[in-house]
Design a protein around this ligand. Structure first.
Ligand code: CP3
Length: 347
């Protein structure tokens, strides 16, 4: 235990310790709800250019930390830099979200750019991690991340977000092509995460934003299997840091995810009852979440009450306070300041 005392509070929780008050960070804490982010964003032509500028991306990471005493920083980048690096066309359309060239409109077998060259294209991301690490206080943990294979694949398959019907249909219609795609994403994301850790990331989060709506057999095949392979591959590459898995919308399949993927900790979405996840996750697994992002738009009494409910619901387990999904552009920065005070017991 002694060596843990020098660890950042968030890393102590990820090592299985209950810390009071719990460490707190906010998904999408660098983003459009901050006026200084909106200003910074105008300095790059496209969102991808912004992600590939170590100076701009590092500044975006530091902005929320200057305002709020948060316990972690997360790399500023996107899960879709990986398809971009694999040679698929990726664009971010203002007000609409990401647009890719849909694989389902192309005949298989699908071919992708070389992984080695892809990682070279991502070298500005690793330089960003190095810069953030140098700028951070030692008690603030640095989180690296990637999209889970299935979530990234859904964007690549259907070319956009929205309902995932076309991606799910592709698993039935072209199972071998989809498996090959997931295999490429396992390898690329494992290497991508390993590079982030080499550059200074203290822990990792895997965003499975599209875990919802899958029948159990398909959930096993496209979510649990590839995530497990990704973590196995990471460990094979010598990466030992903790990994938070965040399978948003997994519902009742959260239990299988927690037990079978080998994640260190579990991100819990807004709809999931704390009691359910505490009962079904492996004993002592650190849990992260799960305040409704809309409370940061509403503010006032409703925010205070909802935040205290989350604190109480997770008070018996190793807990990292967070939202159940990303903060929205409509959220008020003052409400986040208030939230951090409530979590830290200063309000
Ligand atoms: O503080 C942070 O969390 C910043 C780093 C970060 C971004 N995207 C920056 C971003 C992270 C961790 C992500 C992950 C991400 N990207 C996910 C998983 C998390 C989730 O929200 O479910 C997903 C699904 C994506 C894909 C993506 N990127 C979408 C759907 C969008 C559009 C969303 C929107 O609100 O318009 C993006 C763009 C994006 N990525 C923005 C930011 C700050 C907004 C675009 C901008 O600032 O111009």
């Amino acid at each position: 235990m002694a060596e843990r005392e020098n660890l950042a509070p968030l890393l102590r929780v990820l090592a299985g310790e209950r810390v009071d008050p719990p460490p707190v960070w906010i998904m999408r804490q660098a983003g459009r709800y901050l006026p200084e982010y909106r200003e910074l964003r105008t300095r790059a032509k496209s969102f991808l250019d912004f992600c590939y500028s170590p100076a701009l991306a590092t500044e975006a990471v530091m902005q929320p930390l200057r305002r709020f005493p948060l316990d972690a920083a997360i790399l500023f980048s996107d899960i879709l830099v990986v398809p971009d690096a694999l040679g698929r066309e990726v664009r971010f359309v203002e007000g609409e979200g990401p647009r890719l060239k849909p694989l389902i409109e192309e005949d298989g077998p699908w071919r992708f750019g070389d992984i080695e060259r892809g990682l070279q294209r991502l070298s500005p991301v690793y330089e960003t991690v190095e810069r953030i690490k140098r700028a951070l206080a030692p008690e603030v943990a640095l989180i690296g991340f990637c999209g889970a294979p299935w979530t990234v694949a859904t964007y690549m398959l259907q070319g956009e977000g929205g309902d995932k019907d076309r991606a799910r249909r592709a698993v039935y219609q072209r199972p071998d092509d989809v498996d090959a795609l997931l295999g490429v994403l396992v390898e690329m994301n494992a290497q991508h995460l390993a590079k982030q850790v080499q550059a200074g990331a203290d822990c990792l989060q895997i965003f499975e934003s599209w875990a919802e709506g899958l029948p159990p057999a398909m959930f096993q095949r496209v979510v649990i299997g590839p995530t497990r392979k990704l973590i196995d591959r990471l460990r094979e590459l010598g990466v030992t840091v903790p990994v938070i898995g965040f399978p948003r919308g997994a519902g009742a399949q959260l239990a299988a995810y927690a037990q079978q993927t080998d994640v260190t900790a579990l991100g819990v979405d807004t709809q999931t009852p704390a009691d359910f996840v505490i009962e079904h996750a492996p004993e002592g697994m650190p849990l992260q979440g799960n305040l409704d992002p809309q409370t940061l738009v509403a503010g006032g009494e409703a925010l205070d009450r909802a935040a205290r409910d989350v604190l109480i619901a997770f008070k018996r387990v190793p807990h990292i306070f967070n939202l159940g999904h990303g903060i929205t552009p409509e959220a008020a920065p003052e409400n986040l300041a208030r939230l951090v005070k409530v979590v830290k017991g200063q309000a």
